[in-house]
Write a protein that binds this ligand. Structure first.
Ligand code: DAH
Length: 345
């Protein structure tokens, strides 16, 4: 056998085994069987050999070339497996790596408070309505038995858009109560409705007041509604909203559109009655106004005031949220600081 073939045959297995990457193996393959290899050289010289030697040398070359091809193939599949394993290991998702929490939005506390209040009344069979924020003087005041010289109508309390006669007088509604009149004009009794909405007052911002805030109005009208129904409804509401052990207290009050009228206090959430920063000491928090609808209001909207009775109530949403969560400044609801809002998911 050609000594070059002998050398190749002894060296090739070592060279192939030493190739530690697919690229290195390609280079070894070039070296041992490629164009510049002894095998190629011998093949190129076959023509010059005597005719009887040609098949012998040719067969020997082929034998060695085949042997090497098998070695190279075997090594290649080993290296390919290793490469794939390494790739998979590098690509693997490590499920133990801590992830950044993705920021998700939530309902604003004012929105979720409105939803909760409204839901409680929907559970009692009430409808939900809404109405205009820019209102006439007639709906905001006159229809609600509030005469032209009532102090609430002064510019010091009400934000006017346009002055004029009550029907032309345009203002930012100071309460959701005008929807009582609008709703009764559009619906015959019996009526059970709640009206959430935004209201406006010429007021300086302090810990518990804001010139813009929200109310939920309620109105129930039928032939035989009593103050007992009013008390029972609002006591149920207070227990649902503030918790089952919540106490309520009805204090006589005055509103032009209800007679008799009351303000309702609930036992303080912050201290359960012993006195704290939330209630300012007494253990009670005032949360809403209410009363039996004044017959003058029924007359104004065209209801038969001799044939129906009803109760109405109105509550401040911000005040409810503050009482419930122990917030001590209304600005926490308006500043929209995510650190604050995020606590009410
Ligand atoms: N509108 C009143 C206010 O803004 C709240 C209110 C009191 C509404 C008594 C009512 C009611 O419906 O009967 O202060």
């Amino acid at each position: 056998m050609d000594p070059r073939l002998e050398t190749l045959r002894t060296q090739a297995p070592g060279l192939v085994d030493d190739a530690d990457s697919l690229e290195a193996l390609d280079a070894v393959e070039q070296q041992v069987v490629g164009r510049a290899s002894p095998i190629a050289e011998i093949r190129r010289g076959l023509g010059q050999l005597p005719a009887e030697e040609r098949p012998i040398v040719g067969r020997a070359v082929k034998e060695v070339a085949d042997e090497i091809a098998v070695l190279v193939d075997r090594r290649r599949s080993v290296l390919e497996d290793e490469a794939e394993t390494a790739l998979l290991a590098a690509d693997a998702v490590d499920l133990t790596v801590p992830m950044d929490e993705r920021a998700t939005g939530t309902h604003h506390l004012i929105t979720s408070t409105i939803d909760e209040i409204v839901d409680i009344f929907v559970g009692l069979g009430y409808r939900v309505a809404d109405g205009p924020e820019v209102e006439t003087g007639w709906y905001n005041f006159d229809a609600l038995n509030t005469p032209a010289d009532h102090p609430a109508r002064a510019e010091s309390d009400t934000l006017y858009v346009d002055f004029g006669e009550p029907e032309d007088e345009m203002l930012l509604r100071t309460q959701t109560s005008p929807m009582q009149a609008r709703y009764m004009q559009d619906h015959d009794p019996p009526v059970h409705v709640v009206v959430p909405g935004r209201v406006f007052r010429n007021e300086t911002l302090d810990a518990t007041h804001s010139p813009v805030f929200h109310q939920v109005e309620g109105l129930a009208v039928d032939t035989d509604i009593t103050f007992g129904d009013l008390k029972g409804t609002l006591e149920h509401f207070a227990r649902e909203f503030f918790g089952p052990s919540t106490g309520t207290r009805f204090r006589p009050h005055f509103f032009p559109f209800t007679e008799p009228s009351a303000e309702v206090d609930v036992t303080c959430f912050g201290c359960d009655g012993s006195g704290c920063k939330v209630c300012g000491g007494p253990g009670w928090v005032e949360v809403l106004g209410c009363g039996m609808v004044d017959p003058a209001v029924f007359d104004a909207v065209g209801y038969d005031s001799a044939g129906v009775t009803g109760f109405a109530f109105g509550m401040g949403v911000e005040r409810m949220a503050m009482a419930r969560h122990g917030l001590t400044h209304i600005r926490h609801l308006w500043e929209n600081d995510l650190r604050v809002l995020g606590q009410f998911r």
